[in-house]
Design a protein around this ligand. Sequence first.
Ligand code: G4P
Length: 191
Amino acid sequence: MKELEERIKKDGRILGTDVLKVDSFLNHQIDPTLMKKMGEEFFNVFKEKNVTKIITVESSGIAPAVMTGLCFDKPVVFARKHKSLTLKNDLYTADVYSFTKQTSNKISISKNFLNSSDNVLIIDDFLANGQAVKGLAEIVESAGATIVGAGIVIEKSFQKGRSIVDEKGIKVHSLARIKAFENGQVIFEEE
Ligand code: G4P
């Protein structure tokens, strides 16, 4: 998605060797107009797949997931990373290890909001080490539901997430695919 690539070039900041800071438009301050276009793009890619539900993980996946859900006119469910006061039992859970933060989180979705007849589209902001998509896929499998694919806003294709998700046979569509960070520049994969 050209507009996203341009925005990353303009406002993204590279931190260290492998982290892209995009908090001015994606995961702290949010640009709703750009986010809406992302939802439309995911809709165009997956519209033939009879999607019944969009799932993501809190917190940064929620904005693109909601915009996508709006286009499909289907519910959006976000996996929680923390126990909710009102959400105690009847949960699907998976362990997600964060390489960035070096912590493991249990993510969970209520059994009320996912069932075996669902065709699920997974949405997330980053595909880095693939742990979030892997955990969400495990949850979908526990529910006996079907994964139709994964829509990712920014994929860092130099990290191992893409191969983990490919190995699971999940169709991935990433709006921007970063091949490398070189001399302070973001290098994108050719479309
Ligand atoms: P994964 O997202 O593929 O599972 O890989 P990883 O374990 O490396 O990511 C852990 C967290 O770091 C995730 O957020 C992910 O979105 C975020 N992340 C990974 N690479 C980048 C990056 O280059 N830039 C930014 N800004 N974030 C990155 P999270 O722990 O789920 O946090 P949240 O922001 O969704 O609450």
